[in-house]
Design a protein around this ligand. Sequence first.
Ligand code: SAM
Length: 260
Amino acid sequence: MELRAGYQDVPPGSAGPAGRSWWDANAAEYLDEHGTFLGDDDFCWCPEGLREADARLLGDVEGADVLEVGAGAAQCSRWLRAHGARAVATDISGGMLAARRDRPGTPPLVQADARALPFAAASFDAVFTAYGAIPFVPDARAVHAEAARVLRPGGRWVFSVTHPVRWAFPDDPSERGLTATSSYFDRTPYAERDESGRVTYVEYHRTLGDHVRDVVAAGLEILDVVEPEWPGGHDRTWGGWSPLRGRTLPGTAIFVTRAP
Ligand SMILES: C[S@@+](CC[C@H](N)C(=O)[O-])C[C@H]1O[C@@H](n2cnc3c(N)ncnc32)[C@H](O)[C@@H]1O
């Protein structure tokens, strides 16, 4: 009997189509739930609310060519354009890209898998994603390799993901989410299936060391791993992220890396 939702192995190759169609089907719901917090033209890295305006993880973007992967509704790229960057936003889901495409300041939108980017080598000064692509593919190294390929020497690849320690805890914003119930080292993905058993959603787990090895394998240097703390006065819950858990556990890891 296959699990409808839970930690389970999935057939190789199911992640790509599942990623695209799940996000197409859930684009409106995702933006209804989180769009106000994210802003239509703002650049937010994570549920902790860290914004690029304060963090400056991409460095100086004025006049820079910047590529966003897993861009969703492209609000981060709109912010970048307003701050002088030539931004291009990509995502595997046409539904996510289309959701806010009529907003003023929308950058060029390109539907593409982050593992096969339709851009020439050394085209960008920075590449980034806020929670896009990486958790949803079994082969994150392919994403890092593509980011490294399209970056110019010295350019940054910055990505935020769920903090790896979270995998051991229930995805629950309450007290229940503070007690580890599974192994941090268990890489079995979380997957959902429909009534016919078809995989509709997959999220992969990587430990901190896995992320480091994946980035290093692409020939990139790690400059920093930012673990945003939950700010005082921020009382908004996002799925399993909440002020209560944020006081005790990290929720996000942001890897700041550079092409040699
Ligand atoms: C959690 S959403 C984040 C969206 C946006 N960055 C934000 O902060 O609102 C994850 C995004 O990753 C995209 N995605 C999933 N798999 C992908 C892949 N293989 N290549 C590119 N994008 C992918 C999804 O379509 C979705 O838009």
